[in-house]
Design a protein around this ligand. Structure first.
Ligand SMILES: C[S@@+](CC[C@H](N)C(=O)[O-])C[C@H]1O[C@@H](n2cnc3c(N)ncnc32)[C@H](O)[C@@H]1O
Length: 495
């Protein structure tokens, strides 16, 4: 820490939970202490509200230490394997489990044991699995029902013996089913599925609905989702729905039932391994339920009211989308076909059926999905985020849509930060993993934008790690990928 370095900076004095857009004129001044570990913008200072300066320095030292002995430490070039339940699906843009291991290790050396972790953009649940393995409480949220289904399966209860019995019963029920009725109905069904595939998926679906245990049914739905990905007429090389070539479609030969049995076996094996691991750590009850507090919510992190109001979490670890889903990673489009075959009631009784109406609906409800009035709404954020101001200024001369996309994403991101920050305990650690995408040939500095918006809410920036991504499964042919060879890990403390 730089001794005695104190200076005045502008600071939001109203409730840090209020929307930045609503409070833009209520700024005042407070004293903050400047300390030396900030490393991405030398002109910035730390807030004196941070009560954990000693812990902060120790944490940053530990993190820096990891890459001092191995400059490639954060790349995890040789450690991209997805063991246990990490490998249940091919969800887009999943986190590297080893990176979380490294972060947890560093966090544990520097702070009191964090007990309650929040991931408000939980996706396939990489943070969930790693949190369970070390015995933390966990809350995960996502707007995408497929992501929530994956997390529900990874959360247990791990009734593995029951699952294995039901697996055998399910397969014989499906084989005995001779009906040819189709159990799904949506626009484009015959385009995306060959008739025999649809008949086989229908038999599987009918049989799964006869299973009485909800977790077991969810496990089966996860296997169905992966089977759909492999057997539909959409290419597997892209997250967008993209029809295979005629030649490819005509030459394909497979049995949907064989694909499903293999996928299901893989899922069951992985769950058995994960359950054994958790049991070894004494983390499961006799019935297979996780001993800690575990919550998975299908919800929009920008607008859903906190289920339990007030600060609850000690640690946030998350990777939000890189930008609006339509032009970056279309999580919703990726999930559309699988979700047509899943019984949505098994994910949540309250899913809005409209969400499945088109392949674009989930993405349009996700961060940055609505561009109407976005530029006007983003205007108020500019005084809190010089980076938003700069990028919107640079995009001004380009077709209007470009600036509107970035603006819409920033506005939604800020709305989610309001909810998220208010549910963190005072002084909680927050780890945000972000990537800077390109729009109109310009790099959008999401890393700086995020830090600026959080600082405006009273959070304190501690450290940034830049890591190369050797193997993340990303879109390869659009300009998103040009900057997605790197991502940043930002570490902050909440107000
Ligand atoms: C980068 S992915 C998270 C991947 C995750 N870390 C993993 O390892 O699988 C971002 C997630 O944010 C979700 N998302 C986008 N907008 C959201 C919103 N408004 N509320 C909640 N989740 C949202 C997407 O559905 C997606 O699953």
């Amino acid at each position: 820490m730089v001794p005695g370095a104190i200076r005045l900076v502008t600071f939001v004095t109203s409730s840090p939970t209020a929307s930045l857009l609503q409070t833009s004129e209520q700024v005042g001044t407070v004293a903050t202490q400047s300390i030396s570990i900030r490393d991405f913008n030398a002109t910035r200072t730390f807030g004196s509200g941070c009560r954990n300066e000693f812990e902060n320095e120790r944490l940053v030292r530990t993190l820096k230490g990891l890459s001092e002995t191995d400059s490639d430490y954060w790349t995890f070039r040789r450690d991209s394997l997805r063991a246990g339940t990490h490998g249940l699906s091919q969800y887009p843009a999943m986190m590297v489990p080893k990176m979380l291991e490294g972060l947890f290790k560093a966090i544990r050396t520097a702070t009191q044991e964090p007990l309650s972790v929040l991931d408000p953009f939980v996706g396939s649940g990489t943070t969930l699995v790693e949190s369970l393995r070390v015995g933390f409480d966990f809350t995960g949220q996502d707007i995408n029902p497929l992501a929530v289904l994956l997390c529900q399966v990874k959360a247990g209860p791990f009734a593995v013996e029951k699952l294995k019995r039901s697996q055998a019963e399910l397969l014989s029920r499906v084989r005995a089913d001779r009906k040819r009725g189709i159990e799904a109905s949506f626009e484009g069904l015959s385009k995306w599925f060959a008739n025999e595939v649809a008949i086989a998926l229908s038999r599987i679906r009918r049989s799964i609905r006869q299973e009485e245990n909800k977790w077991v049914r969810r496990v089966f739905w996860v296997a169905v989702a992966e089977t759909v990905r492999l057997t539909s007429n959409s290419r597997t090389s892209t997250f967008k729905m993209h029809i295979r070539s005629m030649e490819d479609l005509q030459s394909r030969e497979f049995s949907t039932m064989d694909v499903f049995s293999k996928v299901l076996q893989n899922v069951v094996d992985r769950l058995s391994i994960e359950a054994a691991r958790l049991r070894e750590g004494n983390l499961l009850s006799r019935s297979g339920s996780y001993r800690g507090n575990l919550q998975i919510h299908l919800m929009d992190s920008t607008s859903a009211p906190s289920l339990r109001p007030g600060p609850q979490h000690d640690l946030l670890i998350t990777s939000p989308p890189y930008g609006d889903n339509t032009s970056t990673v279309p999580y919703g489009q990726y999930s559309f076909l699988p979700l047509q075959w899943v019984d949505l009631k098994d994910i949540s009784e309250s899913i809005d059926p409209e969400m499945m109406r088109t392949a674009y609906e989930i993405d349009s409800r996700s961060l940055g999905g609505v561009r109407k009035y976005a530029l006007d709404r983003a205007h108020g954020l500019m005084q809190f985020s010089p980076s938003i101001k700069a990028i919107l200024g640079q995009l001004e001369g380009l077709p209007r849509d470009r600036a509107a996309r970035v603006a819409a994403f920033c506005v939604d991101l800020d709305r989610s930060l309001e909810r998220i920050h208010e549910s963190m305990k005072h002084g909680a650690l927050m780890v945000w993993i972000t990537g800077n995408r390109r729009v109109g040939g310009l790099s959008v500095p999401l890393d700086d934008i995020l830090v600026e918006l959080l600082e405006a809410r009273g959070a304190t920036f501690l450290h940034r790690i830049q890591r190369r991504i050797p193997s993340k499964r990303m879109a390869t042919r659009n300009n998103v990928s040009l900057t997605m060879r790197e991502e940043n890990i930002q570490i902050l403390r909440s107000r």
